[in-house]
Write a protein of this length. Structure first.
Length: 245
């Protein structure tokens, strides 16, 4: 009997199956539809399920899960031992809250900065006393590339290879845009880390999200490298915790 957790984001749906706390299956799907969901439920003998979605129109999927599994609707009302001081919890992104729950489980008793580099780059801190006061939301890397193209008359829309290890010099317009976006984001992240280091003793830094592998490569030689952990499944691990809270 396994747990099924689903994170429906702006671009992809991420589906994971856990045997208690062990991740045993993961897949990323552009559009999660009923036949695929039913196949996963049958294949892995799913007992429990939950969904986090940036789009609230998930009624069809929820109805399937309510019939086939023990379904828990994920929300910011699920707090466990975490003290949530966010002033508008009803507007707090469910993926952000799932990361807070994951950090409480994985790094309990530590000050923890979670950096999620996806459609947006988000920064959230859970302190050593299990208190959450909020964080920051910034433009994601692809959003920055698109903004430069959209709001200017002549700058092209630049694509980039997420597996690249270095940021090229801005010797032409394409590379100048790449360098501005990528190095700018790295510098922003370093600034947030420095800020939170000054506020929080023995800070643990957790990188997650679709662009986190690239950013992890950029930060591995920084003065903060010893504090950084790359955890690509942080949101999913947080969702899985709802069955134990």
């Amino acid at each position: 009997m396994h747990n099924l957790v689903i994170d429906i984001g702006n671009t992809y749906s991420k589906v994971a199956v856990f045997a208690q706390k062990e991740l045993i299956h993961f897949e990323q799907i552009e559009q999660l539809e009923a036949p695929v969901l039913l196949d996963i439920i049958a294949k892995f003998n799913i007992a429990n399920a939950t969904i986090s979605s940036v789009n609230q129109a998930v009624e069809q999927l929820e109805n399937i899960l309510k019939v086939a599994t023990h379904y828990v609707r994920f929300s910011t009302n699920i707090v466990g031992l975490i003290k949530n001081h966010y002033q508008s919890p009803q507007t707090l992104g469910l993926d952000r809250w799932a990361k807070v729950i994951a950090a409480h489980s994985l790094y309990n008793g530590q000050n923890c900065l979670m950096i999620d580099a996806g459609t947006c780059i988000t920064y959230d801190v859970l302190n050593a006393d299990s208190e959450y006061f909020g964080g920051s939301i910034s433009l994601g890397l692809n959003m920055r590339f698109k903004a430069l193209n959209h709001y200017t008359g002549r700058l092209p829309l630049v694509s980039w290879d997420q597996t690249q290890l270095t940021i090229e010099e801005g010797s032409n317009t394409q590379n100048a845009i790449k360098r501005g976006v990528l190095q700018g984001a790295v510098n922003e992240i370093l600034g947030f880390i420095a800020l939170e280091n000054a506020r929080n003793k023995d800070l643990k830094i957790v990188l997650t999200g679709g662009d986190s592998l690239f950013l992890n490569n950029q930060l591995k030689n920084s003065i903060f490298a010893g504090q950084i952990t790359h955890e690509p499944y942080l949101v999913l691990k947080g969702l899985n915790e709802v069955f134990t809270l």
